[in-house]
Design a protein around this ligand. Structure first.
Ligand code: ADP
Length: 188
């Protein structure tokens, strides 16, 4: 049983590590970015509403995200643990999650903050832009996403520090080293 939240800026490696750890722990990997990108691709109402925000590097409005998280955490497979990646991303999402977890009688075991300097993030995201062609991976949008991270997401780090579940990890090292550290953390 493990319940983990991945915090950290865009490009920090949350998705990569969350996926690996989810397989190891046999719990669902819940990535709001992945959910939104599938919705966008399938042109669902959610995708259509989210598209302009995502392409501008802005957060999608909370009303589109909160129901989605409530539904997902209420699904059967999430009762034995989960890894959240990309949620919560601002103070109101963090307090929503807090209330939701109380309702579900669950607590978060770890909030993992992957720390990576902005210039490394910028270089990684520009490289990803070339490889994967994500529509929100161009230079202006990346800059905006980093700004949004510092303004809106970074303030929630203190929220988890106060609850004594925060662990900071240097994300500016090889993928395998980060994975190794995480395995030791959650399996010890
Ligand atoms: P990144 O690793 O670049 O942060 P994500 O895949 O997590 O990328 O998110 C991509 C985009 O999806 C964000 O820039 C934002 O527009 C939207 N998004 C993802 N999660 C959330 C969330 N919890 N709240 C609001 N918007 C979100």
């Amino acid at each position: 049983m493990a319940r983990l939240i991945f915090l950290g800026p865009p490009g920090a490696g949350k998705g990569t590590q969350a996926k690996l750890l989810a397989e190891l722990l046999q719990v669902p990997h819940i990535s709001t970015g992945d959910i939104l990108r599938s919705a966008l691709k399938a042109k669902t109402p959610l995708g259509q509403k989210a598209q302009a925000y995502m392409n501008a590097g802005e957060l999608v409005p909370d009303d589109l995200i909160l129901d989605l998280i409530r539904d997902r955490l209420n699904q059967q497979d999430a009762n034995q643990g989960w890894i959240l990646d990309g949620f919560p991303r601002n103070v109101s999402q963090a307090s929503f999650l807090d209330t939701l977890l109380q309702e579900l009688n669950q607590t978060c075991d770890f909030a993992i903050n992957l720390e990576v300097p902005d210039e490394v993030l910028m270089a990684r995201l520009l490289e990803r832009a070339q490889k994967e062609g994500r529509s929100d991976d161009n230079e202006d949008t990346i800059r905006r996403r980093l700004e949004v991270y510092h303004n809106q997401t970074e303030p929630i780090i203190g929220f988890y520090r106060d609850r004594s579940v925060l662990t900071a990890i240097n994300g500016d090292q090889p993928v395998e080293s980060v994975t190794e550290y995480l395995k030791q953390l959650v399996c010890s």
